[in-house]
Design a protein. Structure first.
Length: 138
């Protein structure tokens, strides 16, 4: 993973990657006033459901750093629910790079663990991964 690096624009920038299902979120975090953008849009506008917004911002709320950092996120793949989970994972990783003392709290809450559940592949002779065609005796 990338580490905190010094750029010309900001003093320090923390970069991390979060993943969930087939979604990937690249998170860039720098000290600021709490502005969060996803793919060039405000996070509330991008994640339109309140539950998804809560899921995505859980790590910041848990450590009380909601107003401390400006965050820029690029999301690819999957749907918006998977992307919200990827944002959560990426934010947690970036927070640990920013401040190592957050690690125990975030790890206990389960935000640093990548959710390994993926869609099961479709098998031949079946309609979906497990759904079989209707049985007909005659």
């Amino acid at each position: 993973m990338a580490e905190g690096k010094v750029t010309k624009k900001q003093a320090v920038e923390f970069i991390a990657t979060g993943r969930r299902k087939s979604s990937i979120a690249r998170v860039r975090m720098q000290p600021g006033k709490g502005k969060i953008t996803v793919n060039g849009r405000e996070i509330g506008e991008y994640l339109q459901r309140d539950t998804l917004l809560l899921v995505a911002l859980q790590p910041l709320e848990k450590v009380g750093a909601r107003e401390k950092y400006d965050v820029t996120i690029k999301c690819d793949g999957g749907g918006i629910a998977g992307q919200a989970g990827a944002i959560c994972h990426g934010l947690a990783r970036a927070l640990v790079k920013a401040n190592e003392t957050y690690k125990a709290e975030l790890k206990e809450a389960g935000f640093l663990t990548r959710d390994p559940r993926m869609k099961e592949r479709k098998k031949y002779g079946l309609k979906k991964a497990r759904k079989a065609p209707q049985f007909s005796k005659r």
